[in-house]
Every structure is written in C-alpha cells, then in structure tokens.
Design a binder for this molecule. Structure first.
Ligand code: PAF
Length: 298
C-alpha cells in the first residue's frame, strides 16, 4: 500500500515538526491554513542540534474543496472541534482523522456531530518549540503513541510513522494510554501553572512534593474507578519519573498562562473531575486546582 497523504491542521511546533518528519519519511503532506488566499507552499526552517534544514511544505486553504483522506489535528484541545468543523466538508466516512491534543473529552462534539467519522488518537512527548512562525526547533526526542480504542492492530496508514519518528508505536489499548497521559498532566500541569514553576520544583520544594503525592492519591482513585488499576498502582512512581526527566521544562499549561492563552484545564483536570463525579469519588485537591487555574483568568 502506498503511503497515506496527510493534511495537517494546526501549524504550531508539533504540527510543523510532524509535517516535516512525515515528508522526510516519504509521505505526502499538506499544511491546512486558515488564512484566506493561502494555497501554496510554506517554507519551514527546522533545527535540530547544530543542523538546520529548509523544507517546502505544500499548503492548502481549509476552505478548498478537494477531499482529505488522512487528517492530522495538532491544535490545542479547546480548538479541536472547531478545527475539524472548518474542513468537515472535505471529509467523508473513509477519511481517517488523527487527533493529537492534550487531555480527553475534546472529541465529544465530533462524536455527536459526525458519528460516521473515523477518529484515531495520539499522544506525544516529542519536544519542539517555535522560534518564529515558520522556524521550529526539535529540542528533544520523545515517544509518540497512536491508536484507536478497540483497535488492537495498527491502521494501514501507520507504516510511515515509525519511519518519520524514532520512537513511535501503535497502542493496542489507546484509551489506557490517554488515561496515563491525562493522569500525569493532572498531577503536574495545574500546580506548575499556579506556582509559576518549572516541573523540577515539584520534586525539590517539599510542600509542592507533598501536594503531588496527595494529588496522585486522588487521581489514582479515579483511574481505578475508570477501570485502570494498573495505572493507579504505578502512578506516584511514574509522575516522579516524568517530573525528573522534564525537570527543566515549563509545562504546557504554565506556558499558556505566561502567554495569556486559554489553558487546557477543562480537558485535563476538568475531565478527571467529570469522571470522578460520575463514580462518586471525592477529589477536593483536584477541584481546588481546577478553580485556581480558572482564576488565573485563562
Ligand atoms: O503538558 C506538558 O507540559 C507535558 O505533558 C508534561 C509531561 C507535563 C511535561 O511538561
């Protein structure tokens, strides 16, 4: 089977990085742009270590009419539904739609409005940031997990992904992978946003470290209720290991707050609280953080 052609929505750091890596791996890519009259190629400067590469990425306007067979959505969680709406006229029941956003629950409007849509999900810890609008730095290699709840075997389009990204694998249990990432984000992101600190402070500051432990206990109770006992058991350890390996990072939520952008709190802690409420589990610490992040005005 020939490589799929990916249309990419959300030309931020991760969207551009994945577009570049897929193209370098031989897949066809087109960036979808929302600005009017943009139907040409975009020049991208990609840096990694000492290396700099210039790439031409074909671009197309969302409003164009040509059908999209494979759509990769790399927007913020709160933009996913509107982004897919903007190209829904180009999708059909054979289109494969891969959503790569933080958190959970952002797909609900899509499930309701487009019950025919074939939705796939992904999480990534690839590190990339934007130096200028079309200039990105691939700062650190991470893990990318792709999958679809209920689909154990890789989708036919998956073959080009491990060629594009060094550590990319198909998740036989994607729901669990999304929960694992959600649990980590719940334990790290709101605290770092409220205390305006790098991830490593959550280990070095004893008061914050104690808060992380207490949060993990609540999050683990919700994971257990949702059926992910294995995640619950290893959560404290996993969160500590992520805090250590990303000690110098500013979490995505802290970056959002610092840049006066909306945060993804509704899809991270908000999703956890909704599941906790359904199961009648008390989560006072997570509730306080939810309110605290909302009070930051984003
Ligand atoms: O959202 C983030 O920033 C990241 O998922 C993580 C793992 C918390 C590291 O900063």
């Amino acid at each position: 089977m020939s490589d799929a052609h990916w249309h990419i929505l959300g030309a931020g750091a991760i969207g551009c990085l994945f577009a570049a890596r897929l193209q370098q791996a031989g897949a066809g890519v087109t960036l979808l742009l929302r600005e009017p009259a943009s139907d040409e190629a975009v020049e991208l400067l990609l840096e990694q270590g000492e290396q700099q590469q210039r790439l031409q990425l074909p671009a197309s306007n969302c409003l164009a009419q040509s059908p999209i067979s494979h759509l990769l959505v790399c927007t913020k969680a709160y933009d996913v539904a509107a982004a897919v709406d903007s190209v829904a006229h180009r999708l059909n029941p054979d289109s494969q739609v891969l959503l790569l956003a933080n958190g959970m629950g952002f797909d609900q409007p899509l499930v309701q409005n487009y019950p025919w849509m074939q939705l796939y999900y992904g999480t990534t810890t690839e590190g990339a940031y934007r130096l200028a609008p079309r200039h990105i730095r691939h700062a650190g290699r991470g893990q990318t997990r792709l999958g679809r709840p209920g689909q154990e075997k890789p989708a036919p389009w998956f073959a080009s992904w491990p060629r594009a990204l060094q550590h990319c694998h198909w998740e036989a249990d994607m729901e669990q992978a999304l929960w694992a990432k959600l649990a980590i984000n719940c334990a790290i992101n709101p605290l770092t946003a409220i205390h305006q600190c790098r991830n490593g402070e959550l280990e070095h500051n004893p008061q914050l470290a104690a808060q992380v432990s207490a949060l993990c206990a609540e999050i683990a109770a919700v994971c257990t209720a949702a059926g992910y006992t294995g995640l619950a058991t290893g959560l404290q350890r996993e969160v500590q290991s992520v805090i250590r390996s990303t000690a110098n990072n500013q979490s995505s939520m802290l970056q959002d707050v610092q840049n006066a952008r909306p945060t993804e709190i509704d899809y991270i802690t908000g999703h956890l609280l909704a599941v906790a409420a359904r199961h009648g589990i008390a989560t006072p610490r997570n509730s306080t953080l939810f309110t605290g992040v909302k009070a930051l005005g984003t």
